[in-house]
Design a protein around this ligand. Structure first.
Ligand code: SAM
Length: 271
């Protein structure tokens, strides 16, 4: 398992800031008006970020969009999709972190990829210590490069597999919050996330509303095994961009049995 931090690393890919480029995909002008609209989005009721946070989100969009031309991080980085879907999605989690009064403490994001939702959360919740985990080194390199470029000091990125990292001392049962967007079924992400949480910690599971009933049914046995329960279900009906999104707040009630998470081969065989 390799731990990497964002300080003092030379970049293989030069991140260009928007004013250094003629590439339209990196122009702040593309993201700014869309981000302005998010400030009053109904799904973000109760989230009040200062100007500096919005500016960092704007710059993150430019960095992700530029980097994505070299490394495939996100399928579609048009300003509309990036802001109205991906950034909004991350901010709905941040909003729930504020509502749960958990803005300090430690969060782990499994399968961070292009930093969604982890980079958005790290920007929106500067008092939260955010750990980003991905098994693909070049994605972790992006996360480190982007964090350095933005001057973030409350996050770090680790290269590794969640099911292995969760067995390491200092990582297991060490976090207050966990997220894992688009990494797999609820059954899978429960197994990857719950071992990292302290007792009473929360896994904020971002799910697709239309598949929720089936996912919950499939995950019932795993939830029992892992000693956790759904405490709240946040739905965003009729809210543009997140109308089929749901956030489940899953509370860890008791310690995770020591045999979880299982080795990847066993997890895969049980799917
Ligand atoms: N969360 C990001 C998003 O919403 O755009 C990325 C989602 S991408 C579909 C899934 C990511 O999870 C990939 O970057 C992959 O490398 C990572 N991943 C999958 N299984 C993993 C595991 N067991 N441990 C760590 N990372 C994993």
């Amino acid at each position: 398992m390799t731990a990497e931090n964002q300080t003092g690393k030379s970049s293989e890919y030069q991140i260009k800031t928007p004013n250094q480029t003629d590439d339209k995909s990196m122009s702040n002008a593309d993201f700014e008006p869309l981000l302005k609209l998010l400030r009053v989005h109904p799904a973000l009721d109760g989230l009040h970020l200062d100007e500096q946070r919005w500016h960092l989100l704007d710059r993150f969009c430019g960095i992700l969009s530029a980097y994505n031309e070299k490394v495939n991080l996100v399928a579609n980085t048009t300003p509309e999709v990036l802001v109205n879907r991906h950034i909004l999605d991350g901010l709905t989690v941040a909003s729930n972190i504020y509502k749960s009064k958990m803005t300090s403490g430690k969060l782990i994001d499994i399968g961070s990829g292009g930093g969604l939702p982890a980079m958005v959360i790290a920007i929106a919740c500067p008092d939260l210590a955010v750990t980003m985990v991905d098994s693909v080194g070049k994605k972790v390199k992006f996360l480190n490069d982007a964090s350095q470029e933005l001057g973030l000091v409350n996050n770090r990125a680790l290269t590794g597999r969640a099911e292995e990292l969760a067995r390491e001392k200092g990582e297991r049962a060490s976090y207050d919050l966990a997220t894992a967007r688009a990494v797999g079924t609820l059954t899978l992400t429960l197994e990857l996330c719950l071992p990292f949480l302290k007792r009473n910690g929360l896994y904020m599971a971002q799910k697709t509303g239309s598949r929720l009933e089936q996912e919950l049914k499939d995950a019932k046995a795993m939830m029992r095994e892992l000693e956790c329960r759904v405490e709240q279900t946040k739905v965003f009906t009729d809210m543009p961009g997140v109308e089929d999104s749901v956030i489940l707040l899953i509370r860890k009630i008791d310690d995770t049995p020591h045999y979880y998470p299982r080795p990847w081969a066993k997890i895969k065989a049980s799917k």
